[in-house]
Design a protein around this ligand. Structure first.
Ligand code: NAD
Ligand code: IPM
Ligand code: MN
Length: 349
């Protein structure tokens, strides 16, 4: 029987609640489809930091290379560890350390889910977010101290290879989907990086004459995602712009409790990391209120990436069988707990 080794990183806050609810569902899917998932729970988190002084062991990223995939809950507990420490040292360190250059985030309404938009035209957006450089490069920035002259510098880095690979992945996905690609910049204000991004879009587009490309400024596409989301297919954006647009994507699909993401290295050779888009939600932690569907959907993205297409489809079908009934956690207008909703998905398998 085929067996996959999965690194399980529950992280902080509701991260562990959604992971503990979702993991048994994935194991049931695997069992039914004739393969097995072997999970290693890794306690890397803010609690780990308080004990060890680091968010993960020094060779943490190297340890992760041995797995077939990484399944992550959420990181961050700002009451104990500053966010710029916990996120930089764990989540962003894994994305950058494994060179997971693409962060793919699907946005559509699951069966029966009513989003907040007035439009009832169905939308199906795949946001492809650059995931290792850009505004998150983290290089060269500092605060120059000195009274009234204090100045903070944060450097965004856009390499030709980095921009090209994320755009190329976007074009490949557009070919498999609706044949449309939106390239997002702010090239009317950012005259170096974003003009370079536009140039790279034109260069890569030349290899995909069958894909229709539209350039959008990030402000305009943010509005379009709300007024005309059905006009968008694949959306490719830089790290920070993609971060913001995918919270809008989450909002229009019913909330952060639904949005899933796949961090992958299109060149292969390293495990992908699959996680909900949301964070550790300290405001609801420990209450059983967290919606596990984003994490389950991320699990389906993981199964698909592992090549277990039938399992991924069975899991999505079970999720939608449940959402179609109107059952859900409080954020969905329902009264189920995190574990009850996950159990309903298992029952629907
Ligand atoms: P958040 O996503 O944790 O929460 C935003 C709001 O959405 C909160 O009101 C929360 O209750 C709600 N929410 C989020 N997930 C939900 C779910 N599954 N079900 C129901 N409601 C849900 O964002 P935040 O409050 O800005 O950040 C909290 C912490 O998480 C911070 O430390 C932040 O840095 C971190 N964070 C981590 C990740 C990650 O690990 N990928 C992502 C975003 C934020
Ligand atoms: C996300 C999160 C992270 C990001 C934070 C927590 C660093 O918001 O995965 O969307 O900005 O990438
Ligand atoms: Mn985000």
């Amino acid at each position: 029987m085929k067996n996959y080794r999965i690194a399980l990183l529950p992280g902080d806050g509701i991260g562990s609640e959604v992971m503990e609810a979702a993991w048994p569902v994935l194991q049931t899917v695997a069992e039914r489809q004739g393969f097995s998932l072997e999970g290693d729970w890794l306690p890397w988190s803010c609690d780990y930091y308080l004990k060890h002084g680091t968010m993960m062991p020094a060779d943490g990223v190297e340890q992760l290379r041995a797995f077939d995939a990484i399944y992550l809950g959420a990181v961050g507990l700002p009451a104990t560890v500053p966010d710029h420490v916990s996120l930089r040292e764990l989540l962003l360190a894994i994305r950058q350390g494994l060179d997971l250059s693409v962060n793919a985030r699907p946005h559509r309404l699951l069966a029966g889910v009513k989003g907040p938009l007035r439009t009832d035209r169905p939308f199906d957006i795949l946001c492809i977010r650059e995931n290792t450089e850009g505004e998150y490069a983290g290089a060269g920035g500092r605060v120059h101290r000195g009274g009234e002259l204090e100045v903070a510098v944060e450097t965004a880095i856009f390499t030709r290879a980095g921009v090209e690979r994320v755009l190329r992945h976007g074009f490949e996905q557009a070919r498999l989907r609706g044949g449309k690609l939106a390239s997002v910049t702010k090239s009317n204000a950012q005259r170096h990086s974003m003009v370079f991004w536009d140039e790279m879009t034109d260069r890569v587009a030349a290899d995909y004459p069958d894909v229709a490309v539209t350039r959008y400024h990030v402000d305009a596409i943010a509005a379009r995602m709300i007024t005309h989301p059905e006009t968008l297919d694949v959306v490719v954006a830089s790290n920070l712009f993609g971060d913001i647009l995918t919270d809008i994507g989450a909002a229009i699909q019913g909330g952060l409790g639904f949005a899933a993401s796949a961090n992958i290295n299109p060149a292969g050779g390293v495990p992908g990391m699959f996680e909900p888009v949301h964070g550790s939600a300290p405001d609801i932690m420990g209450l059983g209120l967290a919606n596990p569907l984003a994490t389950l959907w991320a699990g389906a993205l993981m199964l698909r990436h592992l090549g277990e297409i039938a399992a991924a489809e069975a899991l999505m079908a079970a999720i939608e069988k449940v959402t179609a009934t109107g059952a859900g956690t409080p954020d969905m207008g329902g009264d189920l707990s995190t574990t009850q909703l996950a159990a309903a998905v298992t029952a629907a398998l």
